[in-house]
Design a protein around this ligand. Structure first.
Ligand SMILES: [Zn+2]
Length: 267
């Protein structure tokens, strides 16, 4: 059976003409491949509560995307996936290839297929980048993946050391996170924008990871400064969530807002 999904038509100003050429108009429905949806593993509040057990193997997760970010069983580092290659950036800052039998307690992946390319300028930092994209993109209530490839004057990342049970909450782990600084570095920034209403489920706003061009280092992005880069955006109006159906997850109190803890842990 050929599977298909109805998607809300997508567009940004830059993509409008391309959209017409491609045969769809913004605001109308268009049939796209099921592969265009974003797949998320677990919820960010489960991670904030210290649920670091793997939910799905990376071998299986690859069926849902070739691009994305995440972490590993026991919170053992930051995951970056680009062009179908998955990497684990451990607490030593080094990128290791991910084995298919490793597992993800949290991840976001999709099959990256750019809808739009946007110009970026030298000297733009992370805060300016977020303001710029939020100002340029009309699709504030759907999800988008961002891929930015090029040279960066500065990138600051962090990773997290693997934890033993009983797992501490994420804020306790990130309080002692190792950070890494790169200067005049070539690489790729990989990540997602999620609308504000995802609070509790995912990270509202931007969540970006970095991998160097030689695929040896990277991490969760804390700051960057663009030299010369190309930015592509992939919109999606479909979200698929794989939840851990465990006693631990089902007995968790997820009614309280963890907004402040998330700010502290991610920034
Ligand atoms: Zn991250």
């Amino acid at each position: 059976m050929i599977k298909s999904q109805i998607y809300v038509g997508i567009a940004c100003v830059t993509c409008f003409i391309l959209g017409i050429m491609a045969g769809y108009l913004p605001g109308y429905y268009s049939v796209q491949s099921q592969d265009d949806g974003l797949t998320q593993v677990s919820t960010i509040d489960a991670i904030l509560n210290g649920l670091y057990d793997g939910v799905i193997t990376y071998g299986d997760l690859k069926d849902y995307g070739d691009f994305g970010i995440g972490t590993f069983e026991g919170l053992d580092g930051e995951m970056v996936a680009v062009n179908g290659d998955f990497y684990q950036i451990k607490a030593d800052g080094v990128a290791y290839p991910v084995d298919d039998d490793m597992t993800a307690p949290f991840a976001c992946v999709l099959f990256f297929d750019a809808d739009c390319e946007l110009p970026v300028w030298e000297g733009t930092n992370y805060t300016q980048f977020q303001d710029y994209l939020e100002g340029s993109i009309k699709e504030q209530n759907i999800f988008h993946a961002v891929k930015m490839e090029g040279t960066f004057g500065y990138v600051k990342t962090r990773s997290v050391p693997g934890q033993e049970k009983p797992y501490p909450p994420l804020v306790e782990v990130t309080a002692n996170q190792p950070t890494f600084e790169f200067h005049d570095i070539k690489g790729t920034i990989v990540g997602f924008y999620c609308p504000d209403y995802v609070e509790g489920l995912n990270v509202p706003g931007y969540h970006l990871h970095f991998i160097t061009e030689d695929r040896t280092a990277g991490g969760h992005i804390l700051e960057f400064d663009i030299n010369d880069a190309e930015l592509s955006v992939d919109y999606t109006s479909e979200l698929h969530i794989i939840l851990p159906n465990t006693e631990e997850f089902n007995s968790l109190d997820l009614t309280k807002s963890k907004k402040e803890e998330l700010e502290e842990a991610e920034k």
